[in-house]
Ligand binder design. Structure first.
Ligand code: NAI
Ligand code: MG
Length: 498
């Protein structure tokens, strides 16, 4: 449509040629989703009222509107859930033929596919992430994870040849809010495939997809007590960690809480895997395909509002191409659409919580105060809800907080290098070691860099790519243990001599 009437007048009878292309709103319908007013705890195949009698409200962070009342599980509730999981383990799940376990996992995968639109809307409503991402990334990957581990359930002897793999018992699993359903899949699928039962605690801000998953479990006719979901904040998580009848804890979240859990479990004999924070280096060499690299930078840091443990939050650009890369990057940032997570055109959705928004804001302020140069594209933000404009910092020194600390928001810090050795040294100069990206035309350089980067995952000429067959996990303060692939079964099996 031509907006300027004078333009129309000047052209007279000539056919109208658009002078501006505005996106029309393309909202996904939320009719497909039905929430209860209040939810209990999913224990032993039923929803039970919390013995704690405590509740809180979960909201839509894009509208600051309440969605449902959620139970805050206390010590006695966690105990009930662990008892249900123990009973299901001893009497049902560990006794089943492995091919029967596989059957249930395949069912869950199929049901997730069938109900993917509904789950995608729930993820976007409760978490703030763009529907394009929950629809095209979270849901397909969650289903793929169940398919993948369903395939291993009756082949564990091949995964661990001559080592007689056995299940370990009840797993306590604590997950964060950035990929609620996907993290649930990463935790539950390998645990069940190996014959364990689980008590899972979703993050306090994003419990709804886990509660809806209880309905998938019901539909799949999983024996009661194999999957138990207890909601609540860190206090509920701490009860699960210290419960004496849990055999293994799997945690994804902040390094701070990861360290506290490790201290609690020291000497207890319980198994532990930790997937913690990151401050990944995304390294661009001068021979890289620059337009693709810019797409990789954008995807690396603005995907899921930067609430990604493996986000490419430190960009290293070879000095000779610095100006070109930065100008291309800024131009591309101007096209990012920030706004309603349920709009199919949205690239960057809402920040997950007020708490996270405040954390991003204060780290960004520290960048400005320490002397970095900030750029934010012009951007109109909705009036209600939690939002942060995609941000890039240049003139960043390695010592600045924005180059050291995990921001977990849409904020990129740019640094430069002159030689591959300097790139390696700077990239590894972090307490974390979860992921990295390398952009270059030379295969030999990719291999050499991947050898030297202290990171669990190194992407070459791509970023934020996931596959259930590929192990994921960190070095140093990013944690230990791997999720995904055959490696992801290891924490859930006891082998000969264990
Ligand atoms: P958090 O580590 O406090 O929360 C993650 C999960 O742990 C939630 O389910 C929470 O209820 C639970 N939890 C909290 N305290 C616990 C305790 N003492 N014992 C057992 N479970 C506990 O992370 P939070 O506060 O939501 O975010 C803070 C920062 O952590 C973020 O800004 C980000 O930098 C980082 N983070 C990293 C994640 C990752 O994927 N690596 C995910 C979430 C946060
Ligand atoms: Mg916390």
């Amino acid at each position: 449509m031509i907006k300027d009437k004078r333009e129309v007048a000047r052209r007279g009878e000539a056919a109208a040629i658009p002078t501006a292309w505005e996106y029309a709103p393309a909202p996904e319908s939320r009719e497909i989703v039905h929430f209860e007013d209040r939810y209990g705890l999913c224990i032993g195949g039923q929803f039970l009222e919390p013995l704690s009698n405590e509740r809180y409200t979960t909201i839509d962070p894009a509208r600051e509107e309440p969605l449902a009342e959620i139970a805050q599980a206390g010590k006695a509730d966690v105990d009930r859930a662990v008892k249900a999981a123990r009973e299901a383990y001893a009497e049902r799940w560990s006794q089943l033929r492995p091919s029967e376990r596989a059957k249930y996992l395949f069912r869950i995968a199929r049901i997730l596919q069938e109900r993917s639109r509904e789950f995608a809307v729930v993820e976007s409503l409760n978490g703030g992430k763009p529907i394009r991402e929950s629809r095209d990334v979270d849901l397909p990957l969650a289903a793929a994870h169940f398919f993948y581990y369903a395939g291993w359930a009756d082949k564990l002897e091949y995964a661990f040849p001559n080592r007689t793999p056995r299940p370990i018992g009840v797993a306590g699993q604590i997950i964060p809010w950035n990929f609620p359903l996907l993290m649930l899949a990463w935790k539950i699928a390998p645990a069940l495939a190996a014959g364990n039962t689980v008590v899972l605690k979703p993050a306090e801000t994003t419990p709804l997809s886990a509660l809806l998953f209880c309905d998938v479990v019901r539909q799949a006719e999983l024996p009661p007590g194999v999957v138990n979901i207890v909601t609540g904040d860190g206090r509920t998580g701490a009860e699960l960690v210290s419960h004496p009848d849990v055999d293994k804890i799997a945690f994804t979240g902040s390094t701070e809480v990861g360290k506290a859990i490790q201290r609690t479990l020291a000497g207890s004999g319980k198994r532990l895997t930790l997937e913690l924070g990151g401050k990944a280096a995304n390294i661009i060499f001068d021979d890289a395909p620059l337009d693709q690299a810019v797409e990789g930078i954008i995807n690396g840091i603005y995907f899921n509002q930067g609430h990604v443990c493996c986000a490419g939050s430190r960009l290293f650009v070879e000095e000779s191409i610095y100006e070109t890369v930065i100008s291309k990057l800024k131009r591309r940032m101007k096209t990012l659409r920030v706004g309603d997570p349920l709009d199919k055109n949205t690239d960057v959705g809402a920040i997950n919580s007020k708490q996270q928004l405040d954390k991003i804001g204060s780290l960004v302020q520290s960048g400005i105060d320490e002397g970095a140069e900030i750029y934010q594209p012009p951007c109109k933000l909705p009036e209600r809800g939690y939002w942060f404009v995609p941000t890039v910092f240049t003139n960043v020194a390695q010592s600045y907080r924005i180059a050291q600390e995990e921001i977990f928001g849409p904020v990129l810090s740019v640094l430069t290098f002159r030689t591959p050795d300097e790139a390696i040294e700077k990239a590894n100069n972090t307490p974390y070691g979860l992921s990295a990206g390398v952009w270059t035309e030379k295969g030999s350089r990719i291999l050499a860099m991947a050898q030297k980067l202290r990171a669990g995952v190194v992407w070459a000429n791509t970023y934020n790519r996931f596959d259930p067959a590929s192990p994921f996990g960190g070095y140093k303060e990013s944690g230990f243990g791997r999720e995904g692939g055959r490696h992801g079964l290891e924490p859930y099996v006891a082998l000969d001599g264990e």
